[in-house]
Each structure stands twice: as C-alpha cells, then as structure tokens.
Ligand binder design. Structure first.
Ligand code: S3P
Length: 748
C-alpha cells in the first residue's frame, strides 16, 4: 500500500520500515510514521502472535511478517524495539541475514551493551547501525497502548559512533523529528552514565526502599502511616520489574559507578546525623532544594516553550494608559550580589532581607553554594548566609555558571584570584561576549593567573594558590565592577590595594565592607583596603532597585495623567543620575521620607506626568545613570527637541550594545535616533510609532520598549524578552498593576 499525503518540506520519506518488537515503544514508532505518511510500507514482527494480530487490527503496521528474514527483506530501515536482554539473540539472527543497504537502529535504554552485542555478532559495529534511546514511556505497556504522539516533545538520544554513516544518522534523526521528538546526539558512554544517574539509580533506590520497609513489616502495616513524601518518592517502584531487571544487567558498569558515588554521599549524611552536624545537613538540603527548583524551572520552561512553540518570549506593549498608585520594585541587584559575597566571606551568620530573586543574583547564590557555603533561601526576599570566613571557601565541583550576570563574573574573579583552588567561570551567550580583560589585566598585575578565551572573553580560568600583592590602580574606565573586583582581591593581597576611578561610580562595595566591619578608606575618587582584617556577619536590608524603578519614573513622566509613588527606593548618590537627568528634562519628581537603612540612603519617590524637553546630558552624570540610559532614550523620544548623550561608550559593552540596539529599535518605531561612537542624538517630540523591535536578550532594552508603548500610536512587539527575569522577574505584573498595557504576546 502506498500513501500520498503531502509531507512538510525536508521531511524524511522511506520505502519500507520494519519494526521488530511490537510493544509500546516499537508500536508507537511504527504507528506514528505510518499515520504521518513517512513510509510507503510498515512491516511488523514480533515473536508473540497475538501482538502481531493486534498490530494489524489497530493500524500500527500495514502487515506482519511470519519470520524475521521475511520481515527484513528489502527493508530501508529496521527498528529494533525488543527488550534489552533479547537484543543479543536478535542481533545474532540479523547478522546471519542479508540486510542489503538497510539502516538499523534501536531503542534500548543502555547503549554500551547494544554496541558490544552488535560488535560481537557482526564482527564490527555496522556503519549503518544508529543506536538510539527515546526517553518516553507510559504507565501502560504493549501494542494496545501504542500511540503516534508518544514521542512528541520527548527527548530522543542518538549515540552514533565515529564511523557511523552520516546519511544513516541523518535519516534516523529525521524520522524521530518527524514524530515530534527533540533529538540529541551523545557519546555512548556519556549516555549510559547520564541515564544511570538520572533514571536507573532513582529506580534502584525506590525499589530498594519499598522492599526494605516491606521486608521488615511482614503485614505491611507500616504503609498505613506513609504520607505524601513516601508516595512521591516511591511512585517509580510500581514500574515493570522485568524491564528494570534487564536494564540493571545491561548497564551494570555505569550503574555501579553512580551507586558507589551515592553510597559515599549517603555515608557522609549518615555521619552528619550521627555527629549532630547540622551545618552539613543544612548544606546538603539547601543545595538539593536549589537544584530541584532549578530542575523544575527547566521543566516549566520546557512546558512554556511547548506552548509558545518558540524560544522567543515576545512582549506586546499596547498604546495608551497612565500610571497610578504606589509600588515597590524588587531589591537592588548590585547590593543583592554583594550581600551574598560578603556574607559568605564573613564570620558568622548574615541575614538579608529584600533580596532580589532574579536570575543574576540567584547565580551568585549558586556560585557560593558550589563553593561550600550554606545559604538558606531566598524565601520572599529573606536569605540566611552561613559565612565561612575569608579563607573558608572550598573548590567547586565543576565550572561555575553565572548565566547573564557580568557583575557576578567580574566581582568573583577578584576574590577567586587569591583562593587556594582553581575555578572556571562561564556564562550564557551574552556574557560570553563581554570583555573580561578589564579585570584580568589588573588582577594579573597583582600576581593572579587568569586564562580567558580569545579577546579576553569568558570563560575565565583562575588558577589557585597565587600570592597576590597589593597595588595602586588608575582605572581607565568608570566601572564599579572593576573597582569592586580589585577591592575584593585586595582583601587577600599583601600590603595595600587602592583604586582610583576617573569618575565616581556606585560605592556599594565600599559601604558594605564597612558595614561588615572591614576598614576601607575613601579619599576623593580613591578607595583603599588592606588585608589582615576580618568580615563580621551583618543584617542587610536591600532597598528597592533604583534601576528597576527608573522604568516607572520614565513611564509616569511620559504618560499623561500619571501619578505614582515608588516606595523604599535606594537613592545612594552614586545611583541617582537618572533622577537628575529626568529633572533637567523637566520631570516632576519628588523624594519624600528620605532615611538611611543599613548604610544606604532610601526614599519614596513620587513621579507625576510632565512635558519633557530635550537636553545635552551632562557627562559627569553618565556613570551615575549608566544602567538607565535605554529608558532615558525613551524619555528623550517623548521630549520636545534634541537630546544628546556623549561620553557613554561603556553602553556598547553591556548585556547588549545598548547604543546600537536602542537606536535600531527607536528607528524602527519612527524616532530619529542617531548613534555616535560614545552616545546618541535623539530628536524627540515627533511621536513613536508601533512595530517590531528586538531586545537582543537584554533585560533593560525589553523593559524600555515596554515603557515606549505608553506613547506609541500602535502596538510594539518586543522580541527576545526572557532575560527580564535576570533583574526584574515580576516586571509585567507590576507594570500591569500600575496601569501599563504590556504583557506576553498570546499566540495560542
Ligand atoms: C554594576 C556596575 C555597573 C552596572 C551593572 C552593575 C555593579 O557595571 O552597569 O549593572 O553592581 O557593580 P560597570 O562596572 O561595568 O559599569
């Protein structure tokens, strides 16, 4: 029988598919490809006559063969979907047949074993054999449970060998993709180790625990008292015992390896319980909780992406609206990072409140957890850091991943330069493009050994065991990250370390060091520390982030009729450039209830709509408003007349090239915005149109164009907005509450 459905472009099309083993997996593979019209003919074979009959009746295959030889005659693809321990016999039989040019593939959940058997039976691994493993299943089994959608959005791992025929690999890959699977390629051994750790070990533990308890309680009475935790943990002990018996025998080596590692960890936990070592227990539990939450987020994101069918998170900013009411934006990002860093290096327990639960600050928490610091939370902005002292960090188990966070990478490189162990710092695509020589170069002058990728980009490898010597450094650029990095290195360097900045930048590191009882001298633009002191734990209250507040300051200024109050905002004078610039433009901004909280000035900020005018932005305000320029460009677009920014070349090396990206977006919306090497010229007042703009994964660009929507004549679609979660996870909720008309585009 031949089918003539029209297939999507690039879809595979084969003549004869043979599926050996008509269970849930083999049946679903056959049915999916048959239903989709990807094969001219699907032939099934199974030792069980009833399964053969059912497969034909249920439309899983076109017909079944009576023998393996008959099934495989003139096959294009042969899928081996028999239980893993039956594979050896099947391969022995196949090796005696003339398989012509057929491509072989399989679905076994341990790959080393399949490859070994194939080598033994065929004399060598056939180059047209592509080992595979779909990570999918169902509570039911057998051909009656077969469904053509079983693999949709499930992972399928292919483990080609060095001499696997690329055409055969591409064909098998294409068939799985045609079924909607998410296909990955991996080395055989790696596959077996990953599966042993994430699937086989948990099943062994579940079976083992239930049996152990059941054995000790002959009448099973104990289970009457088992609550949700036991049920959740042991659900998988209800899986097919024969299949799992096969898997453990087939993946013996990898399972033993991961089991031994786990036994060692279990012994350490036992010892901690025995010795009443609460810190170790808390360390294991908090790290596990964080890892588990990370895992849930990956799953949630996958579910989310499933809904969106794309990785591009699009915000839609609808025109109009005005802002009113009071709101408190999340905690300051810079202060949140530093609270974890200094809290970890302090003696004693530091309590943090108002911590920013954004991805960047969470990356810093994870980094210190990786280095053995016990950190509880964050839980509604509360974090408890059990400091280990300046010399208490431990080598992390692997590279430290810092996501999108430049602050984490630059500050950490300073304090890691003097540790006794090596570290590697990595990040996402955006962070991997950012310049790190600005910290690597002066750190090397202090005696650090740091390797970078080409052109001083991440990853950074920092060699441990170096003796640092203090120095004086005249910073070539106004950067709080570079200053902070060197001051943190200075805590470990012989003699004094001093840094002079060309213009004042945020001074949270200096203030917080003092708050932890560590002496810092600041004279003019020079900050100095010396080693030999200790940090003592502190209570930290993180104020609301002025950089996040800035979106609402501009929004309320440009949207007629607006009147909002931003509560508890950090107004450290090294951060208030945005207020000064907006005021120069004619904004109506009032600071009330100014007070000092934990060494940082804080105020409530009332902003009312006002007609703005274009200005020449004073260059001395640039470092004091460095993160707020994207949204200030939106203010300039709504202002009467020309706004000119100079001396802001640093904007080109932020999470994106903020000058170019904003100029491109504003131009797309019909605003006259001309980028210059160190700034931009914006002719304001002639209106903002609707259209498509790209945030380039930069959180502040995404939020700035969301604000532009208030004054746009038509909707603005903003692409690539997922990174808003790095600094302002609840931005959309707060924006909506305040009266903005921005949300995630609904493309359901
Ligand atoms: C930061 C300093 C600034 C700023 C960044 C946070 C900090 O970077 O842009 O968002 O916390 O020290 P630079 O030091 O590169 O100017």
């Amino acid at each position: 029988m031949s089918r003539t459905n029209s297939l999507p472009a690039g879809a595979p099309k084969i003549g004869r598919l043979v599926v050996v083993g008509l269970g849930l997996i083999g049946g679903s593979f056959a049915k999916g490809l048959r239903d989709g019209g990807y094969c001219n003919e699907v032939i099934g074979f199974d030792l069980d006559a009833r399964s053969r009959e059912l497969a034909v009746d249920l439309g899983v295959v076109d017909r079944c063969a009576e023998s393996l030889e008959e099934a495989c005659r003139a096959a294009d693809v042969i899928q081996l979907a028999v239980p893993i321990l039956a594979m050896e016999r099947l391969l022995a039989e196949l090796a005696s047949l003339d398989l012509g040019n057929a491509v072989l593939t399989d679905v076994g959940s341990a790959k080393g074993n399949v490859v070994r058997c194939a080598r033994e039976q065929f004399g060598r691994m056939p180059s047209r054999f592509v080992p595979g493993h779909p990570i999918a299943g169902s509570e039911q089994s057998g051909v009656t449970a077969a469904q053509s959608t079983l693999f949709r959005r499930h992972k399928v791992i292919l483990t080609p060998l060095e001499d696997t025929d690329p055409a055969a690999l591409a064909l098998v890959d294409g068939l799985w993709r045609a079924l909607g699977a998410d296909v990955e390629h991996m080395e055989v051994q790696h596959h077996d180790e990953v599966l042993a750790a994430t699937s086989h070990l948990p099943h062994l533990l579940a079976f083992g625990l239930v049996d152990s308890l059941a054995k000790r309680n002959e009448n099973l009475e104990i289970f009457r008292y088992a609550a949700g935790g036991f049920r959740d943990f042991t659900r998988i002990a209800g899986s097919d015992p024969v299949m799992w018996h096969d898997i453990f025998l087939a993946n013996r080596e990898a399972v033993l390896h991961t089991l031994d590692d786990f036994r060692a960890d279990l012994d350490a936990l036992r010892a901690a319980v025995d010795e009443g070592d609460g810190r170790t227990l808390l360390g294991v539990f908090t790290r596990a909780k964080a890892a588990r939450e990370h895992f849930s987020k990956i799953l949630a994101r996958r579910a989310y992406v499933d809904v969106m069918h794309s990785k591009d998170l699009i915000f839609l900013a609808n025109p109009g609206g005005s802002l009113s009411g009071s709101l408190r934006v999340p905690g300051d990002k810079s202060i949140s990072h530093r609270s974890i860093m200094l809290g970890s290096l302090a003696e004693g327990t530091t309590e943090v409140e108002g911590f920013l639960e954004g991805e960047d600050a969470l990356a810093t928490i994870q980094a210190f957890r990786d280095m053995g610091v016990v950190i509880e939370g964050p839980n509604q902005g509360r974090v408890t850091v059990h400091g280990v002292g300046l010399h208490g960090l431990k080598a992390p188990p692997g590279p430290i991943y810092l996501g999108n966070s430049g602050t984490s990478m630059r500050l950490l490189s300073g304090l890691l330069a003097a540790q006794p162990f090596d570290t590697t710092l990595t990040g996402d695509a955006s962070l991997s493009k950012r310049p790190m020589n600005r910290v690597a170069k002066p750190l090397r002058e202090m005696g650090a050994v740091i390797e970078t990728a080409a052109e001083g980009r991440p990853p950074l490898t920092i060699r441990g065991g170096q003796k640092l010597s203090g120095m004086h450094y005249d910073m070539p650029m106004a950067s709080a990250q570079v200053k902070s990095c060197l001051l943190l290195a200075g805590l470990y360097a012989a003699e004094k370390t001093s840094v002079t900045e060309p213009a004042p930048t945020r001074d949270h590191t200096e203030r917080m060091l003092q708050g932890f009882g560590y002496p810092v001298t600041v004279k003019g633009n020079t900050a100095t520390v010396e080693s030999g002191h200790t940090l003592r734990s502190a209570q930290i209250e993180v104020p609301a982030d002025i950089s996040s507040s800035a979106f609402f300051m501009v929004a309320a200024s440009i949207a007629p009729g607006s009147d909002i109050t931003l509560e508890h905002v950090g107004v450290n004078p090294t951060r208030t450039g945005v207020i000064d610039i907006l005021k120069l433009m004619g904004a109506d901004i009032e600071l009330t209830n100014v007070r000092e909280v934990g060494g940082e000035p804080v105020a409530d900020i009332r902003v009312r709509a006002a007609q703005l005018k274009g200005i020449d932005i004073p260059e001395d305000l640039v470092p004091l408003a460095i993160d707020e320029f994207p949204v200030l460009f939106v203010a300039a677009s709504c202002a009467q007349g020309r706004t000119t920014l100079r001396g802001a070349e640093e904007l080109r090396v932020k999470e994106s090239d903020r000058i170019q990206v904003m100029a491109d977006g504003l131009q797309a919306l019909g605003v006259s915005a001309t980028p210059t090497p160190d700034g931009i010229i914006i002719e304001g007042g002639s209106g903002i149109g609707g259209g498509e703009v790209w945030a380039h994964g930069d959180h502040r660009i995404a939020m700035s164009f969301s604000v532009a929507g208030l004054r746009a004549s038509a909707p603005i679609r903003i692409h690539d907005c997922a990174n808003v979660a790095t600094s302002f996870p609840n931005f959309l909720a707060l924006a909506e509450r305040a009266g903005m008309r921005v949300g995630v585009e609904d493309n359901s």
